[in-house]
Structures are given as structure tokens and as C-alpha cells.
Design a protein around this ligand. Structure first.
Ligand SMILES: *[C@@H]1O[C@H](CO)[C@@H](O)[C@H](O)[C@H]1NC(C)=O
Ligand SMILES: *[C@@H]1O[C@H](CO)[C@@H](O)[C@H](O)[C@H]1NC(C)=O
Ligand SMILES: *[C@@H]1O[C@H](CO)[C@@H](O)[C@H](O)[C@H]1NC(C)=O
Length: 200
């Protein structure tokens, strides 16, 4: 996932490895049952409704995390040959505004690494996709592709060694499509997941 160059990857892979031998000390608890909200700082970018139809996807929040099941149909108006780049950054709410943390990451070719078991996000979503072969071929750049998830519980935990403290945080996730000529399309999609980091 282009991890060599990404602070997020390096940190999180490192801490995941540590996490296996140490207890997880923090959970990230999303504040919304449906996880996602609009990007406050990037109102000009598209949102989920331009990205995928989630009407057959069920997200149910319970004590242990969020139960996810069902399917999503891609509707992002880009070309199947496009390369998808993803940027993730974590911000913390302090005082009355969102402040960037040192944690940010970038995936240069999302479609190539979506099912790579070594990525930090693999166990959070791709692992549970049932129709991996089809999704691998079409990725999220072919409108109409259906991603089918077998039901799973989403729980985000990390070790105390990750440099984030208790409090309100958000992850800002931006998907960009780059065309064959290497030009970024004006079709960025941005979504946020706001939640609280709590002691586990
Ligand atoms: C949702 O599921 C129904 C029933 O199978 C199907 O007819 C419909 O096309 C699906 N919608 C989407 C957006 O996947
Ligand atoms: C998608 O979800 C709907 C509603 O749960 C279901 O009826 C349909 O069979 C699902 N489609 C696929 C391809 O799994
Ligand atoms: C989530 O799924 C588990 C079983 O996988 C179930 O025990 C639990 O009650 C579900 N929680 C919600 C909120 O649906």
C-alpha cells in the first residue's frame, strides 16, 4: 500500500505488530450509527451519495462495535482504467476546532492493494467481502459493481503505543481518481468518520 512512504502505514503496521503482544488499550467509537458524515473542510468534494448506493447495507451499532452486513453498489462516475488514490488523515477536536494529528497516510493505488492482507485496513472491511474475485477485477472504478459483505462486527482498537489520546477525533478519507494521462479528475469523494477514542 505504498507503506514505505506513509507515516500512517508505518506507524500502524508497527503498532499492530506490537499490538499482538501487548493489550489493546484504546477503542475508537464512532458517534454515528451509519459511521460516515460530510467533510466539513471539503464541501466542494463529492460525498457517499456520489460514490456508492448503500441502501442495501446495514450498519447497526451495539456495545461491541458496529455490525455490518449487506451490499453496496458503486456509482462513482469515473473510468474503469483510472487509478484510485486514497488519503487519510486523523484530526483531533481541541478547544473548539479540529487540529491535525501526525497521523496521515496515502495509498497510491487503492485497487491494487484493496485485498492485500498486509494493509492496515484489510481486517476492517476487505477481508469480509464475499465476492472478492469480481471486486478485485472491477474495483470501485466500474459503476454498478456490487460489493457483498458477509456479516461482521467492526471494532477499531489499537495499542497504547499509537500516539493518540482519549477524546474526540475524526478520520477524513478522500478518494481521488487519476485518469490514464495521469491527470486527477475533478471527482474527489470525501467522507469523515467522527468518533471518540476511549480507554478499552
Ligand atoms: C438492493 O436489493 C434489492 C433486492 O435484492 C435489489 O433489487 C436492488 O437492486 C438492490 N439495490 C442496490 C442499490 O443494490
Ligand atoms: C443485496 O442486499 C439485498 C438486501 O439485503 C438482498 O436482497 C440482495 O440479495 C443482496 N444482493 C446480493 C448480490 O447479495
Ligand atoms: C451484532 O452481531 C452479533 C453476532 O454476530 C450479535 O450477537 C449482536 O447482538 C449484534 N448487535 C447488533 C447491535 O445488532
Amino acid at each position: 500500500m505504498g507503506c514505505e512512504t506513509s507515516v500512517l502505514c508505518t506507524l500502524l503496521i508497527f503498532f499492530q505488530i506490537i499490538g499482538r503482544s501487548f493489550e489493546m488499550s484504546h477503542d475508537f467509537v464512532p458517534i454515528r450509527d451509519d459511521l460516515f458524515s460530510n467533510c466539513e473542510e471539503n464541501p466542494e468534494m463529492g460525498y457517499l451519495d456520489a460514490f456508492a448506493d448503500l441502501s442495501n447495507l446495514s450498519l447497526k451499532r451495539g456495545a461491541g462495535g458496529i455490525n455490518i452486513s449487506g451490499n453496496a453498489t458503486t456509482i462513482w462516475d469515473v473510468d474503469p482504467s483510472d487509478v484510485v488514490e486514497v488519503d487519510v488523515s486523523i484530526l483531533k477536536f481541541e478547544g473548539d476546532k479540529w487540529i491535525p494529528t501526525i497521523i496521515k497516510g496515502n495509498v497510491k493505488d487503492f485497487c491494487k492493494t484493496f485485498f492485500d492482507k498486509n494493509t492496515i485496513y484489510y481486517s476492517y472491511s476487505p477481508k469480509h467481502v464475499v465476492n472478492k474475485k469480481e471486486v478485485k477485477e472491477k474495483c470501485i472504478t466500474s459503476p454498478g459493481t456490487i460489493l457483498v459483505w458477509k456479516p461482521y462486527l467492526l471494532k477499531i482498537s489499537f495499542s497504547y503505543a499509537v500516539p493518540l489520546n482519549v477524546g474526540r477525533h475524526k478520520a477524513v478519507i478522500i478518494y481521488s481518481a487519476i485518469d490514464k494521462a495521469g491527470v486527477k479528475r475533478d471527482r474527489d469523494i470525501c467522507m469523515e468518520i467522527v468518533g471518540d477514542i476511549v480507554n478499552a
